[in-house]
Design a binder for this molecule. Structure first.
Ligand SMILES: C[S@@+](CC[C@H](N)C(=O)[O-])C[C@H]1O[C@@H](n2cnc3c(N)ncnc32)[C@H](O)[C@@H]1O
Length: 464
């Protein structure tokens, strides 16, 4: 039997028929005949099993313990299937219920999956490739199974704008380096390697990230101290540990790939998972927020943090839906948002803005940054440097305005006749405009695309 392979563009027409690409159709007919079992499996994807292949799956199912959770889940997932027949022109009429359950319509990709075919929404297929990258553990496992190469494992960990971060912070060595968002330790490792005079205090609110960073920085253990904390508590931590004024501070904002690529943490709407989204272990989850926030609060979050123009309609739908049952998974939320906004912007998944907004709210990302930045800058020793990498305009605006204000720029509203804020000159901004990744970096690491790096140097007595 030839294996099904390759992906081909196709369309589900107004009657719900999908025409299989000639190559796959001929192969299906020659090897198995025209009867197929078409069923649900993942959202936005239909599976087309040749009948004989599906019957073999059923035989296997009968032999497995029916109460095993994974087996039950599989049965639930394929539940909406139908036995169908391909017509003379290679078309399969997909029943309306199945299309509705799976949400597959219009432009699709039909792809060979060795012993069956998949029909996937084109937008979903594209965004899946871009956003649902493999976790390090999965890449490691695939490498061990000799199904991919080890270079891919390393590429998952690429920190953003590393050379520029090292270039901007190195002049501040020797002394205490604070990595306020140690994550997986990529930037910290580069800085410790390049400057032997740096000793590191690494913070993260995510205990799993700290454990990974600890492993990565094993070779520098005599120069490294890690603390589980949100970075707004930096002054208190410096005080408690009786550390000197930092020579350098780095904050690489946002989430790590460890968080984004772990479905159980609920940051991704591409893969179903519990609606959590907390970077740390405390506080209410995104599901709690959706359960308790009133309409005005939801609208504010979606509009201010997600710049979502359908904020009011989505919030109404959330309130109506939770009156029946709570929204507990990323899949449920994503389907709800899609049902409200449709596919109006085909370049991004319809739930992208909602998910960003909820993540910012759940982790109080902007509040954390506001509280952290000025005291962090003031805590630097004279000549010390701070570098901040922001990933969206809301964060970058805070960084830009705070640095400008602390560099002595007036921050009074333009209609004030005289300056009332009496700015103090605490720093010199080192980056005239934000540093952006070049095309090569974005190609190697698409998550770098929106990064903006700004840096400033503390003024004061003893400034070199
Ligand atoms: C983009 S990752 C940092 C990656 C890191 N620079 C590296 O090279 O691996 C951001 C990290 O910051 C952490 N983080 C975000 N907000 C935080 C906060 N307010 N306090 C402490 N850690 C935070 C996240 O948990 C995440 O691990």
């Amino acid at each position: 039997m030839e294996r099904f392979r390759g992906g081909f563009p196709a369309t589900i027409d107004a009657k719900g028929r999908v025409k299989l690409p000639a190559r796959l159709r001929e192969q299906l007919e020659a090897d198995f005949g025209r009867e197929v079992y078409v069923c649900s499996f993942f959202p936005h994807e239909l599976r087309v099993y040749p009948l004989a292949v599906w019957q073999a799956v059923e035989e296997q199912l009968l032999k497995k313990p029916a109460m095993k959770p994974a087996v039950l889940k599989l049965v639930e997932r394929v539940n909406y299937g139908q036995l169908l027949e391909m017509d003379d022109q290679g078309r399969i009429l997909v029943p309306a219920l199945l299309r509705e359950m799976v949400n597959v319509e219009g432009e699709v990709v039909v792809s060979g999956r060795i012993n069956h075919l998949a029909v996937t929404n084109r937008t979903r297929a594209a965004s899946f490739l871009e956003e649902a990258s493999l976790s390090d553990e999965e890449l490691e496992e695939l490498a061990q199974l000799e199904l991919c190469w080890r270079t891919a494992v390393a590429s998952e960990h690429l920190p953003v704008l590393t050379d520029r971060v090292v270039e901007l912070l190195s002049p501040a060595a020797p002394g205490l380096l604070v990595d306020a968002t140690i994550g997986l330790g990529g930037h910290a490792e580069a800085l410790l390697r390049s400057e032997r005079g740096f000793r590191l205090l690494g913070l993260d609110r995510d205990p799993l990230a700290l454990a990974r960073a600890g492993e990565r920085l094993r070779d520098f253990s005599d120069r490294v101290r890690l603390e589980e904390s949100s970075f707004d508590r930096l002054p208190a931590i410096l005080d408690r540990l009786q550390l000197e004024a930092p020579a350098a501070i780095l904050a690489d904002l946002g989430c790590s790939s460890l968080q984004l690529d772990t479905p159980e943490r609920g940051f991704s709407f591409q893969v179903d998972g519990p609606l959590d989204m907390r970077m740390g272990a405390d506080g209410p989850t995104a599901a709690d927020l959706l359960e308790t926030a009133d309409w005005e609060e939801l609208v504010r979050i979606l509009r201010d943090y997600g710049e979502e123009r359908h904020a009011r309609a989505i919030s109404r739908a959330i309130i109506a839906r939770r009156a029946d049952s709570p929204i507990r998974t990323t899949g449920e939320l994503s389907r709800l948002v899609r049902s409200v906004v449709g596919e109006s912007d085909r370049r991004i998944h319809p739930a992208t803005r909602t998910v960003q907004a909820l993540r910012i709210a759940v982790n109080d990302e902007l509040g954390q940054l506001e509280t952290f930045l000025e005291p962090a800058v003031r805590s630097l020793r004279p000549g010390g440097r701070i570098a901040v990498i922001a990933f969206h305009s809301l964060e970058d605006r805070i960084v830009k305005h705070t640095m400008r204000r602390l560099a002595g720029s007036c921050s009074c509203p333009p209609d004030f006749p005289v300056c009332r804020c009496q700015p103090e000159e605490v720093v010199r901004v080192v980056t005239r405009s934000p540093v952006r990744p070049d095309d090569d970096e974005v190609e190697r690491n698409p998550r770098a695309r929106s990064a903006r790096l700004r840096a400033a140097e503390r003024l004061g007595e003893g400034t070199p």
